[in-house]
Design a protein around this ligand. Structure first.
Ligand code: G3H
Ligand code: 13P
Ligand code: ZN
Length: 347
């Protein structure tokens, strides 16, 4: 089937009470890993590319890789999503390159670093909703800035994230504002800030409610029971992967991620999209380190890329099962972008 709008996957997940992992990709092996995991578990798929990923892999390669995935797995519904679009222009270019969903992250200004105010966020997000819905493309917005409730800072590891110290008000999405925001913009999904951040260094201890505000999700869900919520920075940073990386020459300081059971709690309160990048990066890096450390005579990249791809597939299949999307691919009927645009026009 052709790539589908993300909205139909989110609607199905809401109707049946499960969550969908959204995995970041930068190259062919990562797309292959996700698709094989989806086939094995009969899962609908959300693949997402950041601005960095788009410039690393180039839009044309990415578009054709995604079309290849749709061709090779005709029974799996796949949405292709722009992660953290920094402006309407970025979202427009994603749509022009075949993305079926875009995130307009107006929680930060166009520089991807400075926290933006509510009015700016509403304005740019509404602009994107207009241009995207006219093409049947789904839109995710974000309210509140991702960052640590432990030390008040965002994570710039990925070149996208708030700079400087943030207050708890900025780091936690306000439920009343969330209600206003969704109403004013018409977004299909809302990313919320609850103390998670991108990358491996999220928490200095196993997180509790002080630093990972799952209660906030429950409060937002009470205000917006029909809104699809999104959790960013949701890698679990498995201890096992930290240990393998460090055993084979890595130097990752001890760290904690978001426990899967907390995500499962979120799914009970409206979380439908869960962003995972770091766990897959770690799985691939651990596998590559292990091969190169144990067999230093090897130099054929397939000797380490294949185990790396297998390791990512294993993480993806685990998350698909844990979030409940497994077993649902063949229950979803494809909707074209044109039909989706007509649906938005009527609403
Ligand atoms: O947005 C966060 C994702 O982990 C993507 O990271 O910007 O380094 O591709 P990236
Ligand atoms: P992680 O760094 O926790 O995998 O989060 C990824 C993410 O939120 C991408 O938008
Ligand atoms: Zn993110």
């Amino acid at each position: 089937m052709p790539l589908v709008p993300m909205r139909i996957l989110l609607d199905h997940a809401a109707e049946h009470g499960y969550g969908l992992a959204a995995f970041n990709v930068n190259n062919m092996e990562q797309i292959q890993a996700i698709m094989e995991a989806a086939k094995e578990t009969n899962s609908p798929v959300i693949v997402q590319a950041s601005r960095g990923a788009r410039s690393y892999s180039q839009d044309n390669y990415l578009r054709h890789l995604m079309l290849a995935a749709a061709e090779l797995y005709p029974n799996l519904p796949i949405a292709m999503h722009q992660d953290h679009g920094n402006s309407p222009k970025t979202c427009q270019s994603a749509i022009d390159n075949g993305f079926t969903s875009v995130m307009m992250d107006g929680s930060l200004a166009e520089d991807g670093k400075s926290p933006a105010d509510f009015d700016y966020n509403v304005r740019v997000t509404s602009d994107v909703v207009k241009l995207a819905h006219a093409r049947g493309v789904s839109v995710e917005g974000e309210l509140g800035c991702l960052g640590s409730l432990e030390h008040g800072e965002g994570e710039q590891e990925d070149g996208h994230g708030a700079v400087g110290k943030l207050t708890h008000d900025q780091l936690l999405t306000d439920p009343n504002e969330a209600e206003q925001f969704v109403k004013a913009t018409g977004v299909d999904a809302l990313a919320v800030a609850i103390g998670t951040s991108h990358g491996a260094y999220k928490f200095t201890r196993k997180p509790d409610g002080e630093v990972l505000a799952m209660k906030r999700i429950e409060e937002i869900h009470r205000k917006l029971p029909n809104c699809h919520l999104v959790m960013h920075g949701s890698s679990s940073v498995p201890q096992e992967l930290q240990d393998i990386i460090n055993k084979y020459g890595g130097k990752m300081p001890q760290t904690w991620g978001v426990p899967v059971e907390e995500i499962q709690r979120g799914i009970k309160s409206g979380v439908r999209k869960i962003n995972v990048d770091t766990d897959n990066r770690m799985a691939m890096t651990a596998a590559i380190r292990q091969v190169l450390w144990s067999t230093p005579e090897k130099f054929d990249l397939r000797d380490y890329m294949k185990p790396a791809r297998d390791a990512m597939k294993k993480i993806c299949a685990e998350r698909m099962t844990q979030f409940g999307q497994a077993g649902n691919a063949d229950k979803i009927k494809a909707v074209s972008l044109e039909a989706m645009a007509a649906r938005y026009a009527k609403a």
